[in-house]
Write a protein that binds this ligand. Structure first.
Ligand code: DAS
Length: 325
């Protein structure tokens, strides 16, 4: 039995450019990624598998169901830790998806790279090495799904990609990261928090829309999202702490699906009781729109999608229980 299972999903960490290609594409296998990690402990028993080979914007929720099954199998077979490598573009969504369903003490660590494997100073091997260090630590048990990038350990819930290219792209915002990897071992800034995993997803056919708003935007997309049968829920990425223009409020209809308001800002919560003007959070809630609380639009979308996939009887209570800090 291997100590650590590594599943690779593609992403920049696995990308190189072949002659004639216009840019890098995912090619490297799990074995290639491991071979590039300097100073890998030869006593460490690792089992690796290439699970997907895609850019992370192309990972579907159905794919994530398969990845979750793969990771669950590894944990049930006695893995000490599971590591997934993937693209950073969707990491804040995929890690949160996994965290919502992860029911093991065994840590699940997600990592990737901002620089391609064949460029100058690729960060992939260092990130995988740091992820392995966290995976090997007894203190990582019971901490659910984490993202290790740039030697910083983020919770799946708080992590956001903040820069399209910098190697220092990930931030846990106001609440800060969970810890850092220092001299080859994790140093934790806070204790492990208890988790309340959702039952495994039963359905993958539903879709949740995110609508972001700019000044003067018409009601066309809002009307469509709130009436289209394809959408089982709608997340509104509103101004400031979650506000909509007053003239759009007449189009809000929460009678057929959950509608959630979040902040379109890169940090901070959607408020509940600060502003009372038309289009404010007070007005939205009076019309049946749920506060996204501390979740940004991407995380709120994954959460309501997961709750619907799990078929919970009281989606609102399940959402509220998980949307706070
Ligand atoms: N931006 C790339 C990455 O960081 C591509 C992707 O997300 O797959 O891996």
């Amino acid at each position: 039995m291997a100590d650590i299972f590594i599943g690779t999903l593609g992403g920049t960490i696995a990308m190189t450019r072949a002659a004639g290609e216009g840019g890098v594409t995912p090619k490297l296998t799990a074995a290639d990624l491991l071979a590039a990690v300097p100073g890998l402990d030869p006593a460490l028993s690792v089992q690796s598998e290439s699970v997907l080979q895609v850019a992370s914007a192309s990972i579907s929720l159905r794919d994530m169901g398969r990845v979750l099954d793969w990771a669950n199998r590894a944990a049930s077979q006695g893995a000490r830790a599971v590591i997934l490598t993937q693209g950073t573009d969707s990491m804040e969504e995929t890690a949160w998806f996994l965290d919502l369903f992860w029911a093991h003490d065994c840590p699940l660590i997600v990592t990737g790279a901002m620089r391609a494997a064949d460029g100058a100073g690729p960060d992939g091997p260092a990130n995988l090495a740091a992820a392995l260090r966290v995976a090997q630590a007894e203190s990582a048990r019971g901490r659910g799904v984490m993202v290790v990038m740039n030697e910083v350990i983020h919770s799946a819930k708080r992590l956001r990609k903040t820069d399209s290219l910098s190697t220092d792209t990930f931030s846990s915002g106001t609440t800060g990261p969970l810890g850092r990897v220092i001299e080859g071992a994790p140093v934790w800034f806070r204790p492990a928090a208890p988790s309340d995993p959702l039952p495994a997803p039963q359905s993958f056919d539903h879709d949740v829309a995110i609508l972001s708003f700019g000044i003067g935007q018409s009601a066309a997309l809002l009307r469509h999202a709130l009436s289209a049968p394809e959408f089982s829920a709608v997340v509104l990425a509103g101004f400031g702490s979650g506000h909509l223009p007053a003239d759009l409020m007449a189009h809000i209809d929460t009678s057929t699906r959950p509608v959630i308001y979040c902040s379109r800002c890169s940090d901070g919560p959607a408020t509940r009781a600060t502003y009372g003007y038309p289009g404010s959070e007070v007005d939205l809630q009076a019309r049946g729109v749920w506060p996204g609380d501390w979740l940004g639009p991407l995380k709120a979308r994954i959460l309501i999608w997961a709750i619907e996939a799990a078929g919970l009887a009281d989606p609102r209570a399940a959402f509220e229980a998980r949307a706070g800090v």
